[in-house]
Design a protein around this ligand. Structure first.
Ligand SMILES: NC(=O)c1ccc[n+]([C@@H]2O[C@H](COP(=O)([O-])OP(=O)(O)OC[C@H]3O[C@@H](n4cnc5c(N)ncnc54)[C@H](OP(=O)(O)O)[C@@H]3O)[C@@H](O)[C@H]2O)c1
Length: 362
């Protein structure tokens, strides 16, 4: 199963909106074939593994996700698996979609195949945090990237934040961009920094054979303050602007620049409802959201318990107490109100530190 997970990881940058899945076929302690799911619409991992293995009758199939039992863009994998006549199918995790979970396993058992479920399950879930959350909760997995000084500051008081971290950290962020379905930011940050928020890696950098997939860039712009003249609109890739403004002229100028403008419910205070926006994004197949914004939006996502993870890049500099904080969270009056995180990983990137933190919200 560890090898099947390694196979699945090959689809890390390309499988969206499908899950990353790997499959290994073994008989008499030797690997007959392996496969992974590369891109949506392409063959699934099991089908690729069967093709690589040739005759796999009587073999053990190790699959990181329950084989699908429904007709999507490709026929159900479970039919291909049954036709290959394995002795056993070992599955890391059931399909997270509650409406179809277990059906593929049932079909296998009904065909007389022994089925084992739950081997390296947590590793398999970790491989697809966005797909799993979208299927289970109809929301994407939200990761907040933030560059901070050693004293926790995200920008100078005058709004300047380029650059807090060094070149290696900024290149590292490119890999986070490449792996997500969507990069989320705000009109505020676009107006302040004029970023492109695009992918500047090559397919060689990512070890990909196919052309790069550019994640969609999503901007919160409640009042449609963007004009369409900002740099982001002249770089390659899709842009979705979420707004609660019905201003037809502003909308038209963004659409003319190639953006999709999506009107969404407001939060009662004239701002885009963030839960409604994220639900809508999930409905459009967005699995993992990588957020690059300032203290306002980052704080709101945390306060509303919509964020799952933080990627903090901390530079060994002090910006002082006049600079802006990292997260606008309102005043806390008791320690019990603080947001608690779990540190998952710490590493040095160039001269900066990178902390991966899980937000403890359960
Ligand atoms: N250090 C870093 O990693 C980093 C990264 C990016 C940007 N920055 C810096 O951050 C600064 C911008 O920060 P910022 O706080 O002004 O902007 P921001 O956090 O990027 O975005 C603020 C916007 O998010 C939306 N928002 C905030 N709370 C909301 C809520 N509860 N519900 C719905 N929408 C909400 C609002 O959009 P609407 O006004 O449209 O409603 C608000 O204007 C800039 O100086 C930039 O240089 C730093």
């Amino acid at each position: 199963m560890a090898e099947a997970l390694r196979q699945a990881r090959k689809g890390f940058y390309s499988a969206h909106p499908n899950p990353r899945v790997g499959c290994v076929i073994v008989r008499d302690d030797s690997m007959l074939g392996a496969g992974w799911h590369e891109f949506t619409g392409g063959p699934h991992a099991e089908v690729n593994a069967i093709a690589a293995a040739g005759d796999s009758a009587g073999a053990d199939f190790y699959v990181t996700l329950e084989p699908c039992s429904h007709h999507g863009r490709t026929p159900p994998c479970v039919d291909a698996v049954i036709a290959a006549e394995p002795a056993r199918v070992i599955v890391a995790m059931q399909d997270p979609n509650p409406e179809i979970s277990g059906r593929g396993l049932e079909r296998l058992r009904d065909s007389g195949i022994e089925v084992v479920v739950g081997v390296l399950e947590s590793e398999a879930r970790d491989l697809n945090p966005g797909f799993v959350k979208r299927m289970e909760r109809r929301l994407p997995f939200v990761s907040i990237k933030m560059a901070l000084s050693l004293d926790g500051r995200s920008a100078l008081a005058n709004g300047v934040s380029q650059w807090i971290t060094g070149e290696p950290a900024r290149r590292d962020v490119q890999f986070l961009r490449a792996s997500c379905s969507a990069i989320l930011s705000s009109a505020r940050t676009v107006l302040a920094d004029d970023p492109s928020l695009n992918l500047r890696l090559s397919k060689q950098d990512l070890g990909q054979a196919r052309e790069l997939r550019h994640p969609v860039r999503v901007l919160v712009d409640s009042k449609l303050r963007l004009s369409g003249k900002e740099k982001i609109f002249s770089t390659e890739g899709e842009i979705w602007v979420y707004t609660c403004s019905a201003d037809a002229a502003s909308k038209a100028s963004l659409i003319e620049r190639g953006a999709q403008v999506i009107e969404i419910a407001d939060d009662g205070a004239g701002r885009v409802s963030l839960p409604a926006m994220l639900q809508d994004m999930a409905g459009r197949g967005i699995n993992e959201v990588h957020t690059e914004c300032g203290a306002g939006l980052a704080g709101a996502l945390i306060e509303q318990q919509l964020a799952d993870q933080m990627m903090l890049y901390q530079a060994p500099h002090l910006l002082g107490d006049q600079a802006r904080g990292g997260f606008e969270l309102g005043e806390l009056t008791a320690m019990e109100q603080r947001t608690t995180c779990r540190i998952c990983d710490i590493r040095q990137v160039g001269k900066d530190l990178r902390l991966t933190l899980n937000l403890n919200q359960d």
